[in-house]
Design a protein around this ligand. Structure first.
Ligand code: SF4
Ligand code: FES
Length: 322
């Protein structure tokens, strides 16, 4: 085991752990935000830069700081490493810059976007976004297209995190979509507009951190905060059958996979469970689901907050985090 200190809190962790995973062991606000890293998807991370942190001491053996901010999702810890996340004004500034960069082409259409209320970019903008944009150039625009019977792709909202590509690669037999072209014309696309009909393709919707991939069976039906998330399960031959039913009265409006406190899917579910089982009689209803992560859905559920991490703020760096 090796020791690493993040925002003045020391934690013991195994060798090979990344800074982000070590921060998740501590918990609370010390955890850097992650828009592309997904612990369940191999190869994810290193694309969005939202998880940048400052390494002010590389290790006990080499106490020099790292020359630049590093991506915490892909930088392994070393014994005696000292990391700054929210305690570094440089990190806060960089994160503001990253959010501005991610929002350059991302439309501010939260009022009509189905992801509103559970969008990582929305949360990130709340914490680190600027009120105004510094650019006035025309924005990149793509048509909204159907990919398959169940998924709508709204490419204008995509932040090119590649998570959906990894889902298609790692959960389905045949990947039919990917990232095409380079630069500001880069897009997620299906090869010759083929639909994605694989049994596990719906998981792309769950891993998408923004509203680029949405569920066609749920689009515009309701805002997520009007619905009651319920833990449900069924005997499914294809997947674990453990899901969340988003209910309004006795009606199921949508089915999603269960997500943990980092917003990551616990068990990927099949398309049959997700899209075809909208009758409450199809499911055994276990009870209300508690949404633990920061989300408007968890508002008014007066639960005890997770063990708060002790962060000693440096003046002027944490106003937005309070
Ligand atoms: S569509 Fe969503 S999951 Fe796929 S790359 Fe874009 S933002 Fe990421
Ligand atoms: S989460 Fe680390 S670069 Fe995206």
């Amino acid at each position: 085991m090796i020791k690493v200190t993040i925002d003045n809190v020391t934690v013991e962790t195994e060798e090979g752990t990344t800074i982000l995973q070590a921060a998740r062991k501590i918990g609370g606000k010390i955890i850097p935000p992650a828009m592309c890293y997904y612990s369940k998807l191999k190869g994810s991370g290193g694309k969005c830069r939202t998880c940048l942190v400052k390494v002010s001491q590389s290790s006990t053996k080499d106490p020099r700081p790292m020359p630049k901010l590093v991506a915490s999702c892909s930088t392994p810890v070393q014994d005696g490493m000292v990391v700054q996340n929210l305690t570094s004004p440089e990190v806060i500034e960089a994160r503001k810059g990253i959010v501005e960069f991610l929002l350059i082409n991302h439309p501010l259409d939260c009022p009509v976007c189905d992801q509103a209320g559970e969008c990582d970019l929305q949360d990130l903008s709340f914490g680190f976004g600027m009120a105004e944009t510094a650019t006035e150039e025309e924005r990149r625009e793509f048509p909204v297209i159907d990919i398959g019977d169940y998924i709508k792709l709204h490419m204008n909202r995509c932040i090119l995190c590649y998570r959906c590509v990894y889902v298609a690669d790692q959960l389905t037999d045949k990947r039919l979509h990917g990232v095409l072209y380079r630069g500001d014309v880069t897009e997620i696309s299906t090869f010759i507009s083929k639909g994605i009909e694989n049994d596990f393709s719906g998981n792309m919707i769950d891993v998408c951190p923004v509203g680029a991939l949405t569920d066609k069976t749920f689009r515009f039906k309701s805002r997520v905060w009007f619905l009651k998330p319920m833990n449900v399960h069924r005997d499914c031959p294809k997947c674990s059958g453990k899901a969340v039913a988003w209910m309004f009265g006795n009606e199921i409006y949508r089915i999603t996979a269960r997500k943990d406190k980092y917003g990551e899917v616990e068990d990927f579910i099949c398309n049959e469970c997700r899209f075809d089982k909208k009758n409450p009689a199809d499911w055994v209803i276990e009870g209300p689901r508690h949404i633990i992560r920061q989300s408007v859905i968890s508002a008014n559920h007066y639960e005890k907050e997770e063990k708060p991490s002790v962060i000693k703020p440096i003046e002027g760096t944490m106003e937005k985090q309070k």
